[in-house]
Design a protein around this ligand. Structure first.
Ligand SMILES: C[S@@+](CC[C@H](N)C(=O)[O-])C[C@H]1O[C@@H](n2cnc3c(N)ncnc32)[C@H](O)[C@@H]1O
Length: 208
């Protein structure tokens, strides 16, 4: 396998030295899409927030500045990302506001918190079974809690159409997992438009 292919694979599960470099790159290029996703969630000071696939912990840092009585829990299945995110957020972890865990989303376990808001940025395309994982996420959300799933496609040849198709796929996953009020937002970014699909944890719909 060539080095470029090996490096691009590092964004799905960063490991070793290449994974560490990928994490540094994500932290320098990832701020805009993370800020945008957070703004769409309208996070309040007392809310509990779950992030899936926190990577180098850029959103963790931004969210920890918004919540004061609430709690942020992040999960990621890469130990290299866990170390980078822990370093970036050591003060908030010590304060007890932030918990970072090594966990695969499809085996998400309930914690002491139920979540008002959930986000995941550039991660869902790597999940093995997105619908099952989204159902797991619903089980740890408060009724009427809000989820935001963002994708900014970096792959070679990606266009605005790629973002729209990703948005349609994500909207289908959310619907099949029982979320309602599904809404798609788009924002011009580099190299192409980013897409964010939002959904509400529908109380009427039982998690199967
Ligand atoms: C491209 S990075 C994005 C990181 C960060 N959200 C950002 O925007 O900078 C994708 C992250 O999702 C994590 N990830 C992918 N699939 C996952 C899964 N099934 N369970 C937990 N984490 C996962 C990867 O380890 C990686 O840190």
């Amino acid at each position: 396998m060539g080095i470029i292919k090996k490096f691009s694979l590092q964004f799905g599960k960063p490991e070793g030295i290449l994974g560490s470099i990928a994490g540094k790159l994500m932290s320098s290029t990832g701020v805009e899409k993370n800020k945008w996703t957070i703004s769409l969630l309208n996070i309040q000071s007392a809310e509990n927030v779950l992030e899936v696939g926190f990577g180098p912990g850029v959103a963790t840092e931004l969210i920890s500045k918004l919540i004061h009585d609430g709690h942020y829990v992040g999960i990621d299945y890469s130990d290299v990302m866990l170390e980078q995110a822990k370093k970036r957020n050591s003060a908030a972890i010590q304060e007890g506001k932030v918990t970072l865990k090594l966990e695969e989303v499809s085996s998400l376990q309930p914690s002491e918190f139920l979540f008002d808001k959930v986000l995941s940025v550039n991660s869902i395309i790597f999940w093995k079974d997105p619908i099952t994982s989204l159902k797991k996420i619903r089980q740890v959300m408060k009724p009427n809690g809000l989820i935001a799933l963002t994708m900014l496609p970096y792959m070679k040849g990606a266009t605005e159409e790629t973002s729209k198709q990703l948005g349609n796929d994500i909207a289908c996953y959310l619907k099949q997992a029982g979320f309602s009020n599904i809404k798609t937002e788009m924002k011009e970014m580099r190299p192409v438009a980013a897409i964010c699909v939002l959904g509400v944890n529908n109380q009427e719909e039982k998690v199967s």
